[in-house]
Ligand binder design. Structure first.
Ligand code: C2E
Ligand code: MG
Ligand code: MG
Ligand code: MG
Length: 283
């Protein structure tokens, strides 16, 4: 945009741009050492069966406790990790930790809980990715069906042949595959019938106003029906209010996740949440 406005616009904004890039360089150099220094942490947010309220598993969400910059949220550093390629070792760490956590909850609760892990595009396309997933499952002795990999729509539409091959290999391994932030991408819906996805996660932007915006309500109902027609399950993200849970129940949405049930919590708090939660499923 600065370019289209000519040189003067660029010069006017140049000092700010310098500051931004300086901050990025700082984050980047600290990000490089964060794994060695053990500064990452996984938080877990419960995913529940909408009809019963039973816990079925959790989504793993990364946090970075930087001693110099404080608690950093993923939106602040995942894009940079992606650009620099650091997402590959960080992503491997996440998958390993997530599988270990799921295995541990299964042992302590006797429930076959599953764990959902976010995968970013560069990580997904890295030649080491499929093997890293397989290794984590074996090392942590986790049943592949208990691992769900979340992939965004944009990634799916980017690079078809390679993407199809990676998805097929993951599917053959037995892990579950979900489309994250569904509805926010370019939605060439045809990929849904050709790729081995198990689940659609309806983006929280549709859930937020589902009780007040008829358009959002119509879209959510349509997504649920379409997903079910294709044999996919549906998770609603960003559920914050009880009324939303009733809407989702009434329209047959399978699973829900959001602040209404729990905010993302540290591993210890998540285990405490399971213990104090009497709606735990016996399945
Ligand atoms: P996401 O995968 O769509 O994760 C859901 C985000 O929504 C999380 O933000 C979660 O804290 C937030 N959320 C959950 N319930 C509610 C709710 O009721 N209301 C609202 N307003 N928000 C809710 P978070 O943890 O900041 O993560 C942001 C994004 O960062 C994630 O979006 C995901 O794309 C990415 N991310 C997180 N962890 C990882 C990771 O380990 N690897 C990769 N590659 N990306 C990650
Ligand atoms: Mg996700
Ligand atoms: Mg499958
Ligand atoms: Mg999402």
């Amino acid at each position: 945009q600065a370019k289209s406005k000519g040189k003067s616009a660029y010069e006017r904004f140049a000092p700010e741009m310098k500051e931004v890039s300086h901050e990025r360089l700082q984050i980047e150099s600290r990000l490089r050492r964060a794994l060695e220094l053990d500064e990452f942490d996984l938080y877990f947010q419960p995913i529940v069966e909408t009809a019963s309220g039973h816990l079925i598993g959790a989504e793993a969400l990364i946090r970075w406790n930087s001693p110099t910059m404080g608690l950093m949220m993923p939106d602040k550093f995942i894009p940079l990790a992606e650009e620099t390629g650091l997402i590959i070792p960080i992503g491997e760490w996440v998958i390993r930790q997530a599988c270990a956590a799921a295995r541990q909850w299964q042992e302590t609760t006797g429930l076959k809980l599953s764990i959902a892990v976010n995968v970013s595009p560069r990580q997904f396309r890295d030649p080491s990715f499929v093997d890293a997933v397989s290794r984590a499952l074996i090392e942590q002795r986790l049943d592949p069906v208990c691992l769900e990999l979340e992939i965004t729509e944009r990634l799916i539409l980017d690079n078809t042949i390679e993407t199809a091959d990676i998805l097929r290999r993951l599917d053959e391994m037995g892990v579950r595959l979900s489309v994250d932030d569904f509805g926010t991408g370019y939605s060439a819906l045809s990929y849904l019938k050709s790729y081995p996805f198990d689940t659609l996660k309806i983006d929280k932007s549709f859930i937020r106003d589902v009780m007040i915006e008829p358009g959002d309500a119509a879209l959510v109902r349509a997504i649920i029906n379409m997903a079910h027609s294709l044999g996919l399950q549906v998770i609603a993200e960003g559920v914050e209010e009880e009324a939303q849970t009733h809407f989702l129940q009434a329209h047959g949405c399978d699973y829900a996740q959001g602040y209404f049930y729990s905010r993302p919590a540290s591993a210890d708090s998540f285990v405490a949440w399971i213990r104090s939660n009497h709606r735990v499923s016996g399945a």
